[in-house]
Design a protein around this ligand. Structure first.
Ligand code: AMP
Length: 357
């Protein structure tokens, strides 16, 4: 066990390697001190966190405090895992934190709803926020501390995005980027700001946001950050719906309709494994499933190269990794999902083909 202290606030915590089948937090918290944002108003007062969290999690709100906490951890010889999130934590996020806790001595969960990656103000305003529960969930999943900055801490010069190298720009303009202009400029701006203070670390991202994961790998490489990006499997509800913070905005009827996204991916994978030779046949199989649910508005259903997300035509000549991706709007809520068509279907998607019933 090693003890880590955040010098400015005096918050200390002890880390232990989690047992393989950990049902208890991998981190034993030994102090409840919470750093109050230096010079920037926290969205939720730090006292609220202290009062409301059953399992308190040390929280730093400044980049300087984050850097010092990381340096203190490193001095004690600890390895570091970072899990960037926008909060409203669910089992998908938990799986990332648990994976990080299994791999690393100290795990920081960052919670920041990044304004520059939202196109519409209404979408940003309605994004679910559960800051108090988040700290409890993060602690129980094995986080050592949280970095919860205010917007002014991440954007001290005002909201802006940084110019991106050509490859990042190209990737960021496809698919999600085409439908959400500027979205990936925001992601590519904020992710280095969340990762760079950590120095050498592993950073955990979900395959659920597959294009984001590809973009983060590019950005980390282009900036030469000493970060090992780890992609983690998508966590689904038992009926196949990929978990998303946005799912809470779906009515019961809309949630049921949203199942066509994962059903479409399964149909695409089946089409490929049964010998489709061009992408358009696979994509037609996916689109056909979505069309069966009139309340769902399809944006795209595509089969692409997994690394660049570029279109592939003939499939019989390629051994490249491929990916099926789908995006649609259900009751005003934009949902995305994706699948590796050459891996066995996840259990939740491997039932009878719903498109044939
Ligand atoms: P978000 O809070 O939506 O920005 O997501 C934070 C991280 O959690 C990202 O790396 C997401 O890809 C990941 N994530 C979100 N949903 C899931 C899920 N259902 N399964 C696995 N990872 C997820």
């Amino acid at each position: 066990m090693s003890t880590v202290a955040e010098p400015e606030t005096g918050a200390t915590w002890a880390t232990t390697a989690p047992p393989a089948t950990a049902t208890v937090p991998a981190v034993t918290l030994t102090a409840t001190t919470t750093e109050v944002g230096a010079g920037s108003a926290p969205a939720v007062p730090a006292t609220a966190y202290r009062r409301a969290t059953a399992v308190p999690l040390p929280t730093v709100r400044t980049v300087a405090g984050y850097r010092r906490a990381v340096e203190a951890a490193r001095r004690s010889g600890a390895t570091l895992g970072v899990v960037p999130t926008m909060g409203a934590l669910h089992a998908g996020h938990r799986s990332l934190i648990e994976r990080a806790a299994a791999d690393c001595d100290v795990v920081v969960v960052t919670i920041f709803v990044n304004p520059t990656q939202f196109g519409e103000a209404a979408d940003l305003a309605s994004y679910p926020r559960t800051p108090i529960t988040d700290l409890e969930v993060a602690a129980r999943s094995g986080a050592s501390f949280a970095f919860v900055p205010a917007v002014t801490e991440m954007y001290p010069d005002g909201l802006c995005t940084v110019p991106l190298p050509a490859a990042t720009t190209a990737l960021g303009r496809r698919l999600e980027g085409r439908s959400r202009p500027g979205h990936f400029d925001g992601v590519a701006t904020v992710v280095p700001r969340l990762l760079a203070p950590a120095g050498r670390c592993r950073a955990y991202f979900g395959e659920k946001d597959f294009q984001q994961l590809a973009l983060v790998r590019l950005v980390v490489g282009e900036l030469g950050l000493p970060v090992d990006v780890v992609g983690c499997d998508t966590v689904r509800d038992p009926d196949g719906l990929a978990l998303s913070s946005r799912n809470v905005r779906l009515s019961a009827r809309e949630r049921q309709a949203a199942l066509v996204l994962s059903h479409a991916l399964a149909a695409g994978a089946r089409s490929l494994s049964s010998g489709a030779v061009d992408a358009s046949a696979v994509e037609a199989a996916m689109a056909g499933v979505v069309a069966g649910e009139p309340s769902v508005e399809l944006d795209y259903a595509v089969l692409v190269r997994a690394d660049t997300l570029e279109a592939v035509d003939r499939l019989d000549s390629t051994s490249l990794p491929l990916r099926l991706l789908v995006a649609a709007t259900v009751g005003g809520v934009r949902l995305i999902d994706n699948l590796d068509p050459r891996r066995p279907l996840p259990d939740e998607l491997s039932g009878p083909d719903p498109g044939r019933s």
